[in-house]
Design a protein around this ligand. Structure first.
Ligand code: COA
Length: 351
């Protein structure tokens, strides 16, 4: 029998209850609703409960829905891929925490750290395992709890107004139907700009976390232990973003990677029923739409209500579009993402 394709057999999303409007943010930083909406399209975002919700708990809620909609139980899942940049722990990753939370068997669990393109990368990894026949029911999750680590002072406003919390998940299964499933995925990176959108700490680029009880370390070095007050004062415990530089690269790479997916399958932008761009910034999505000559009906955006949820953003938008009846059997759907790394990716599929 021919190699199967992977299809999305179930999809689910979870967003925390707490809605944070642009107006709310003005209590903490010098910003305003007009600026945020004009530059990003964002009206509001969700923030997870400070202590009771984590990236994993949100991912688990989304996963439960995806698994149920696939007509399965957690016991049927044979592999987990979890994409996030805001894990519960520095290590281990969230995948094993999902395995534990859902009482799954001793299946494999893999974490992907590709930021905004994390979900599309994760989907591509899962797709390869399905196509080779290694696994039959793979759970792919994208989730983020950004609110945990943003700089809510005016200093961090260019970053903190953009990001929101949430989670979404899909279950991938093999299909032999001709007009269904993932047609191709396309993954790229360019590490030359790695520091343009990054959270540097904690990381081994810096000095040690703790004083080293080793003779060859001199006093001056010990004085610059990891996360000194000076580093905290210098905002080095927060994400850094050169917004305009990210914007410039994104508007080139988004159209490129979408066209690459279409060309690989002998298709054109006009054939697309729906483009789900990573919800980085509504202005970027609108630019991409215009560049590809797509109508409003061919592009799904929901950044207005959730902000940029990084690894959760693509499946969150796909899930919402599907729940709203905008994704139907046989539809040609393109998922595309760009973000920190830089990394960018696309997936073209028939629903
Ligand atoms: N509220 C009010 N003013 C703000 C602000 C905020 N939240 N954030 C920044 N500003 C100010 C800046 O301080 C600057 O003021 P100045 O001109 O007095 O120095 C001014 O607005 C313009 O800043 P700049 O960063 O040049 O704005 P911009 O037009 O590039 O918009 C972004 C900033 C972040 C919205 C935009 O660059 C962007 O969306 N980039 C892409 C980011 C992205 O998609 N990231 C996720 C990638 S996956």
């Amino acid at each position: 029998m021919a190699m199967p394709r992977s299809k999305i057999a179930g999809i689910g999303k979870y967003v925390p209850q707490q809605v944070v409007t642009n107006q709310h943010l003005t209590q903490y930083m010098d910003t305003n609703d007009d600026w945020i909406q004009e530059r990003t399209g964002i009206k509001e975002r969700r923030y997870a409960h400070r202590t009771e919700e984590t990236t994993t708990t949100m991912g688990v809620e989304a996963a439960k829905i995806a698994i149920e909609r696939a007509g399965l139980t957690p016991a049927d899942i044979d592999f987990i891929v979890f994409a996030t940049l805001s894990p519960d722990y520095y290590f281990p990753g969230c995948g094993v925490l999902v395995q534990r939370a859902l009482n799954m068997g001793e299946i494999g669990a893999l974490d992907v750290r590709n930021q905004c393109s994390g979900f599309v990368y994760a989907l591509s990894v899962a797709d390869q395992f399905i196509k080779t026949g290694m696994y039959k029911n793979i759970l792919v999750i994208g989730a983020e709890k950004h609110s945990f680590g943003l700089d809510f002072s005016t200093r961090g406003r260019n970053v903190s107004v953009i990001f929101g919390d949430g989670a979404a998940a899909v279950v991938l299964q093999p299909t032999h139907q001709a007009n269904q499933g993932i047609l191709s995925t396309h993954l790229h990176s360019d590490g030359h700009s790695a520091e343009i959108l990054a959270m540097y700490n904690p990381g081994t680029h810096a000095n040690h976390w703790v004083p080293q009880p080793v003779a060859h370390f001199d006093e001056a070095e010990i004085g610059q232990m990891f996360m000194s007050h000076a580093m905290i004062d210098d905002a080095q415990n927060f994400p850094y973003m050169d917004g305009p530089a990210v914007f410039k690269k994104a508007v080139v790479k988004f159209p490129e990677v979408i066209m690459e997916a279409l060309a690989a399958n002998g298709l054109q932008a006009s054939n697309l029923n729906l483009l789900i761009p990573h919800q980085a910034n509504l202005r970027i999505a609108q630019y991409v739409q215009q560049k590809l000559g797509l109508t409003d009906a061919q592009v799904y955006n929901n950044i207005q209500h959730y902000g940029n949820t990084t690894a959760a953003s693509v499946p969150l938008a796909l899930c919402e579009a599907w729940e709203n009846g905008k994704v139907n059997p046989g539809d040609l759907v393109c998922l595309a993402a760009f973000g920190s790394g830089f990394t960018w990716a696309s997936a073209l599929l028939r629903w």
